[in-house]
Design a protein around this ligand. Structure first.
Ligand code: LFR
Length: 485
């Protein structure tokens, strides 16, 4: 037939999923084959990912995907969260559980790094925002460990899973760009930065690009999943945000995007990085996207703030919580959703209350009030990021696309439209999986360039529009409260 079936493995910080994408001439359909929780585990040495559990979920998912497709898949692609990695020994065996990016081991490491490579120079050659969890800081933090001394290979998480599925190793470029060891101008390693920090780039297998072949499922994997071989694995934008941006259903170039999930990643798609001092001061990042593009964006704490509260409240019904939050008066208290104080897990309602008190605002008490505070604060942070990105890049926009899980959150989308003073187009919620599928389909000649991918998404995916209410002054006033006295 002329309809092909692709499996997209998409690993988020709180859950993983395997989706089946069916792509034909002019058609695109996505269904969920399997979803599994991703629960980090705290052991005495710190916070770790249960990567074997995730791999088991991937195998279950591929089996479920196969059942939907008569055992035949035209290709598999893998994307996931960024920066984290597994280390392999000389035999190719995994050394320990990958460290979670919210682990505290990088505390105080930045100062050491900047003593060797001053922060402005680091920005000029890597284009990456400061975030304590960038792979570069993680590697410097683990410099003295026995584990790193044993390591012969480093694989970013999606590349590690691809290795287990195929036996082949590579470093996918969009995700490599989040390590802070890649130069966004050359789209190759930042050899000088690595050398000055004593980071051995030979740990990384060679770079590969979205669209490149990444091997075929091993016989053992075919057996375990009941799939009929050969099943090729295709390199996709393996950074989930790169896949999500690829699936923004925009027409033209005058758009901003916000990829919402555990994080909100808010920014622009550009042809070249912005490496100015002003951009560094504003902590914008230049991550790499498909086809030579740059994802110029800011990390905002995102729905993590709410996920952590909900966990603490014993998982109340989310729909009801959001309805109650909608009824709470707007913008009574806001917090800085970019503040690293919210990075670590635990005690989130208390931390939000403290931040409100410290800035002299009413302290939200009920779950509905705290939820409202979080959503108002996220919308405010979205506003600031979208405005500053346009200014710093000299790239004006007419519309904001909200993709990812938060596209289903009507209150968040409405508040974001109001705050940005721009129309919001919400959807698709499964943008990362769709970007993953489309890059596989493109590698097999089923779709054309990025513009064609986006047009196909706009035609086939349900999208919702929100018009701004025109109450910009209220948001300016709320922003001023955060600026301090
Ligand atoms: C989103 C994301 C962000 C990255 C963060 C940590 O899922 O990939 O882009 O900054 O997770 O990896």
């Amino acid at each position: 037939t002329d309809v092909k079936s692709y499996a997209a493995v998409d690993l988020g910080a709180s859950s993983g999923r395997v989706m089946v994408g069916r792509v034909g001439p002019g058609s695109l359909e996505l269904t969920e084959a399997h979803r599994f929780p991703n629960r980090p585990v705290r052991v005495p040495e710190g916070l770790r990912w249960d990567v074997l559990g995730l791999y088991a979920g991937v195998l279950d998912g591929l089996r479920a995907a196969g059942v939907r497709c008569g055992g035949r898949l035209d290709s598999v692609g893998i994307d996931g969260w960024a920066v984290d990695y597994g280390l392999l020994d000389a035999d190719g065996a995994l050394l320990g559980n990958p460290v979670h990016y919210r682990d505290g081991r990088t505390e105080g490491v930045a100062e050491k790094v900047w003593a060797a490579v001053p922060a402005p120079e680091l920005y000029a050659s890597t284009g990456l925002q400061y975030a304590p969890f960038n792979t570069l800081y993680q590697l410097v933090a683990s410099g003295p460990t026995a584990q790193l001394a044993q390591a012969r290979r480093l694989l970013l998480v999606p590349d590690l899973l691809a290795y287990w599925l195929t036996g082949e190793q590579g470093t996918e470029l969009t995700n490599a760009s989040t390590t802070q060891l890649v130069d966004p101008r050359t789209r190759d390693w930042s050899y000088d930065v690595a050398a000055r920090l004593g980071i051995d780039l030979a740990l990384f297998p060679p770079l590969r690009q979205p669209g490149d072949p990444a091997g075929v499922l091993l016989p053992r994997v075919l057996e375990e999943t009941g799939l009929t071989g050969p099943v090729p694995v295709t390199t996709v934008g393996s950074h989930d945000t790169a896949s999500a941006v690829a699936a923004v259903p925009a027409a033209g170039e005058r758009f901003a995007y916000i990829c919402t999930g555990t994080w909100s990643l808010a920014g622009l798609e550009l042809d070249a990085p912005v490496l100015t001092e002003a951009s560094r001061a504003a902590n914008f990042t230049n991550e790499l996207g498909l086809d030579g593009t740059v994802r110029y964006l800011r990390n905002i704490m995102g729905l993590w703030l709410l996920q952590e509260c909900v966990r603490e409240w014993g998982a109340p019904d989310l729909g009801e919580l959001l309805r109650a939050a909608d009824a709470v008066p707007a913008l009574r208290s806001v917090v800085d959703a970019g503040d690293a104080a919210f990075l670590a897990p635990g005690g989130m309602p208390g931390r939000i209350a403290r931040a409100c008190r410290a800035s002299g605002q009413p302290v939200p008490g009920t779950p509905a009030e705290i939820t409202r505070c979080i959503l108002d604060s996220l919308a405010l942070a979205h506003r600031r990021a979208v405005a500053e990105a346009q200014e710093l890049a000299g790239h004006p926009v007419d519309v904001v696309h909200v993709v990812g899980g938060g596209a289903r959150n009507e209150l968040l989308c409405r508040l974001t439209a109001d705050a940005c003073g721009l129309p919001v187009v919400a959807g698709p919620a499964e943008a990362a999986a769709l970007g993953n599928v489309l890059v596989q389909a493109r590698a097999q000649g089923l779709v054309g360039d990025r513009a064609e991918m986006r047009a196909l998404l706009a035609r086939t995916q349900p999208l919702k529009r929100y018009g701004p209410r025109g109450d910009a002054a209220r948001w300016d006033e709320a922003q001023a409260r955060l600026a301090g006295p």
